[in-house]
Ligand binder design. Sequence first.
Ligand code: MG
Length: 461
Amino acid sequence: MNPRIDRREFIKRLGAGAAALGISGCVSVSESGGRKISAKKPNFIIIFCDDLGYGDLGVYGHPTIRTPNIDRMAGEGQKWTNFYVAASVCTPSRAGLMTARLPIRSGMCSDKRRVLFPDSAGGLPESEVTIAQALKPAGYATACIGKWHLGHLPQYLPTRRGFDSYFGIPYSNDMKPSPLLDNEETIEEPADQTTLTKRYTERAVGFIEKNKSGPFFLYFAHTFPHVPLFASNAFKDTSARGLYGDVVEELDWSVGKILDTLRRLKLCENTLILFTSDNGPWLIQHLNGGSAGLLRDGKGCTFEGGMREPFIAWWPGWIKPGQVVQDMGSTLDFLPTLCSLAGAKLPDKNILDGVDISPALLGTGPSPRNVMFFYRGAKLYAVRKGQYKAHYITKPAYGQNIKDAKHDPPLLFHLGRDPSEQYDIAEKHPDVIEDIRKEVALHLANLTPGKDQLAERISKN
Ligand code: MG
């Protein structure tokens, strides 16, 4: 079930790839006194956008948003077409990425409040292990830049959760007064949002330069294109798509700066970049919201538009260029995958929902992910297994005044043939529904929901 990449095979491939590229100093293999293998650990950069839809990038088909740097990154690496986030809204999605656990387990989702707010008392519980905490013992320098949204009180800040440094806003940019933090200190309030993308990028470049001897882990979580939208003067009024396009094109510029830095420092072959977004487009924002392309609906819901995201993986020399990957993957898989590639110990005190997708990245095998659970708040709404997705409950994206609809039998869609979830085929496939029902029963039998972290507010006394 969990074909973790064979470490020896990985090192062998790493060595062969390095030789082919003429890289030296990347791999060190010693045979003395029995087989002893060591390799320079790769650097990791996660670039995480906010509310960017499946259809908002040039390489994913947008006709008027120009994203040449991201498109090039996809051309030099892998573009995934069946990649999911852990939830269809900010806080739970981020908790899932950071811990490899469905937010229901950590209590980072709720039926009372969708996300954490400036008056929230909760945050990511200490019992959770973040990617940064998992990589630290393996010798990684770590930085968090951008939007955190896993708790703004001191004990929940990135600097207390495995990150050596933090620069960014602690929650969404529509929650006033959106302070800008440098480590744990507020340096601006409210943050000047027209400068955020540029200043985040300068910090990211500085971190990479400072840690060029590696290994490092940079979690770069952009504030945009979450509404309210702000672009710097250099990008304002430049995109045919309007302000939303300006903002996404500035994010593309930022990606270009990161790639330029890696090229300049000759770190490309030792740095894996994972690019994606936290949830689908915020449709109620109309022209200021993004697009899920051909996928149904958007932010807040469990149709594909809410949780399927663009995902690009880039690592010259190790990831073969020009691939379109149809395997299933998730941000839940980042922690196990990075631990595997870093030779870091996987956190073992909690049940993990993530799997190691490094075989699919390196071309040594398929992604082991075959099932995805779709929660809205604390309730399971839908399940995908293979190409089939069953919806037990449906409710449209945020902003539409329509109640939950329960389905028994569930709605059933074949996502290969019907990625837009238009044609219910439940009647013809009772066997598939039964198979997915067993999957749900197994999942629920191993599920202990965590204490709701989003409901509690800071007391005003
Ligand atoms: Mg978001």
